[in-house]
Design a protein around this ligand. Structure first.
Ligand code: ADP
Ligand code: MG
Length: 351
């Protein structure tokens, strides 16, 4: 003993481990909203409604009309690593759902108070149950329910003093939440998304459900954006060593904005890709010297074995095989589109 020697190594208590891990998965209110909305989409919902109070610190509520959760699964629903989406590691290669780790709901119960109401098809009533620190607080109570699942998260970060203070003192997360929902709405055009502040009559996002991407963009970002968009498609299907497809809409020379809007889905996952964003902005500033920032929606599809979805706790980044080549191809396509529209611009009449 005494003063000498290195400090002893001890095993952390499980509750400490879980809370630390939860703080990584759920970094802020908007990350909770993203996870909940992804669960609703994974559940096959055609309507997803989000309600938020105090930027999500007081309340986040996500209701959907998806397949619901079986009563007998409710006891383990919010335990760490419980999921209906993955069973073997190899499944990660081909997984279509956005979730796979069974960590999101569990995490929310370690940093907030979670209440789930759910009903499955053919049942006469639903169940409501609350969770804390991964466990059910009471037996599921029978209750009236229409279809699907509602998850309510209250008092997020009540037990993480520093996080709570930082969030309280900075800008409220509501704009970020609206931004997430808007992006999902542009990609999942057949799902009717809405997002509102608690108590507000008007929704700040109301996407409707449509079969046209442009309609979806119009419903969320407005007619003025849609007027200045061009469709773009790139495919590399003839290459021997690589197959990828990109479909999207990009702004033309008439579009004016101070900030880039880049809505990127890779294999149906909403992700960020800084290098693709930079490359795109670079093309715009080179061809359109008046330097308006672009509006970009892109959906890239690759063989699932070319995408590593498991590199980030929030899953917000993915890593791609042949990333440089893909970016190069997309850059070329945008360049060509922009050159063409810039050349024909002088013939356009004012709208
Ligand atoms: P993951 O999505 O990675 O499976 P989650 O913690 O987000 O993990 O959810 C755990 C499980 O709870 C899911 O696998 C799913 O079976 C179920 N679940 C969560 N949200 C919903 C929902 N809105 N509708 C139906 N089932 C849900
Ligand atoms: Mg999930």
């Amino acid at each position: 003993g005494g003063s000498g020697g290195p400090p002893r190594i001890r095993r952390l208590e499980e509750s400490v481990v879980n809370r630390i891990a939860a703080g990584e998965v759920i970094q802020r209110p908007s990350s909770a909203v993203k996870e909940l909305v992804e669960n609703s989409i994974d559940a096959g919902a055609s309507t997803v409604s989000v309600t938020v109070k105090d930027g999500g610190l007081k309340l986040i509520q996500v209701s959907d009309d998806g397949h619901g959760i079986r009563c007998e699964d409710l006891p383990i629903l919010c335990e760490r690593h419980t999921t209906s989406k993955l069973s073997a590691y190899e499944d990660l290669q081909t997984i279509k759902s956005m979730g796979f780790r069974g960590e999101a709901l569990a995490s929310m119960t370690y940093v907030g108070h979670v209440t789930v109401t759910t009903i499955t098809e053919g049942q006469l009533h639903g169940y409501r149950v609350s969770y804390r620190d991964g466990v059910m607080e009471n037996d599921p109570k029978p209750c009236a329910a229409v279809k699907g699942t509602q998850v309510m998260v209250e008092n997020l970060f009540y037990n993480m003093v520093a996080r709570r203070k930082t969030l309280e003192n900075s800008n409220d997360d509501y704009p970020k939440i609206v931004d997430f929902i808007s992006r999902f709405a542009v990609h999942h055009i057949n799902v009717n998304f809405s997002c509102r502040k608690h108590g507000a009559n008007r929704a700040d996002v109301h996407s409707g459900s449509t079969s046209s991407r442009l309609d979806a963009i119009r419903n969320v970002y407005g007619a003025s954006v849609v007027r200045d968009l061009m469709e773009i498609q790139v495919s590399d299907e003839n290459a021997v060593d690589e197959i990828f497809k990109m479909d999207g809409f990009i702004s033309n020379a008439n579009y004016v904005a101070k900030k880039t809007t880049m809505i990127l889905f890779i294999n149906d996952r909403l992700v960020d890709c800084t290098s693709l964003k930079r490359a795109t902005e670079f093309v715009y500033s080179a061809i359109l010297p008046q330097a308006s920032k672009p509006f970009i929606y892109m959906s890239i599809n690759l063989p699932p074995e070319h995408v590593d979805v498991n590199i980030h706790p929030t899953k917000k980044e993915v890593s791609l095989l042949n990333q440089e080549r893909i970016i190069e191809k997309i850059k070329d396509a945008i360049e060509e589109k922009l050159m063409n529209c810039n050349n024909t611009r002088i013939f356009q009449t004012q709208a």
